[in-house]
Design a protein around this ligand. Structure first.
Ligand code: BTN
Length: 317
């Protein structure tokens, strides 16, 4: 129905024409119009003429996402929800029951958005990109952190594509603009010791929040693309650009590992050359962030020598 209205945006289509073309009862047409309006599609209706689509919202419907997409794998299968607990949680369940590589789960709002380290992820409706991808890379589990960096890199690149802004990646999984967090990656694995069954790559990006849209405790650390740019951003376009960027990095990563991406990763990194503290469990390591190695680990030069960190929370001092 939407495709039909989109194809005929310069004319009115009567209920009869629509119901005949789609071979559905006129009541179904009426219901579908009602549903589209509920999703914020602006549809004009005139007596005797029918319906005409005036405006398509920046809504993450599969048909809208697909219209903007040129990828081969990522997003070939899309599930889009108004509200979900967590796209990662659903992604995990779907992957367990066999959903294919590249399946994309999108939610306009998450009520139980998950962040790293058991934290929650603030995911209000309309404002962000809350998505998960099911991936089935044939790599050993210890290489998976590299994927998180790849996703962060793709997000930073996509922000750059759309806005020209200089987004950065903060190891291991944050995406920053002007030193504030604009996005994060949560990778969840189902694996055996030496092989991955599947990965759920969860990506959260604060897109169109105004500063007042953040809860108080986030307002000094988090930002959105719109808040930094001063102008709204199309979530659909951002998603398309992200998937495009991520697909090309991901396909290369599966074949050649992280090494070919290192030059770019280092260029986009917000930490290299800076004095940092890395906390991992009870450990606290201080030094200068020197490199990101082929496994995606952060190399720190400490007073006692080099330390390679697989995971951790970094603060710039
Ligand atoms: C972080 O802590 O920085 C990672 C945040 C990841 C949030 C995204 S939003 C989509 C996906 N579903 C979730 O529940 N979490 C991830």
């Amino acid at each position: 129905m939407l495709a039909l209205l989109q194809k005929n945006q310069d004319t009115f289509l009567s209920t009869r024409e629509i119901s005949q073309t789609l071979d559905v009862h006129p009541y179904v047409v009426y219901q579908a119009i009602k549903e589209l309006r509920r999703w914020d599609f602006k549809i004009s209706s005139e007596k005797g003429k029918g319906y005409r689509l005036l405006e398509t919202p920046d809504f993450l419907l599969p048909s809208e996402i697909k219209r903007n997409l040129k990828t081969k794998i990522l997003g070939k299968n899309i599930l889009s929800y108004h509200t979900l607990g967590s796209t990662n949680q659903l992604g995990f369940r779907l992957a367990e029951s066999g959903a294919g590589e590249g399946t994309l789960i999108v939610a306009d709002e998450q009520t139980k958005g998950r962040g790293r380290m058991g934290k929650s992820w603030y995911s209000p409706p309309r404002l962000g990109l809350w998505i998960s991808l099911i991936l089935r890379p044939d790599i050993p589990p210890f290489k998976a952190p590299g994927l998180s960096i790849c996703a962060g890199l793709a997000l930073a690149q996509a922000i750059g594509d759309l806005t020209g802004m200089d987004a950065k990646i903060k190891w291991p999984n944050d995406c920053l603009i002007n030193d504030r967090k604009v996005g994060g990656i949560l990778l969840e694995l189902s694996a055996e010791l030496d092989r991955i069954n599947f990965v759920i790559a969860g990506i959260g990006a604060n897109v169109n929040h105004l500063p007042k849209d953040f809860p108080k405790k986030l307002s000094s650390v988090a930002t959105s693309i719109r808040a930094e740019r001063g102008k709204e951003v199309s979530r659909i376009k951002l998603l398309a650009s992200f998937l495009q960027r991520f697909e090309s990095i991901y396909l290369d990563f599966k074949k050649n590992g992280l090494a070919p991406q290192r030059r770019l990763i280092k260029r986009f990194s917000s930490l290299l050359g800076k004095k940092v503290t890395v906390r991992f469990g009870k450990e606290k390591i201080e030094g200068v962030a020197e490199d990101i190695d082929d496994n995606g680990s952060l190399v720190i030069r400490t007073r006692k020598g080099k330390r390679t960190m697989r995971a951790g929370e970094v603060t710039v001092v």
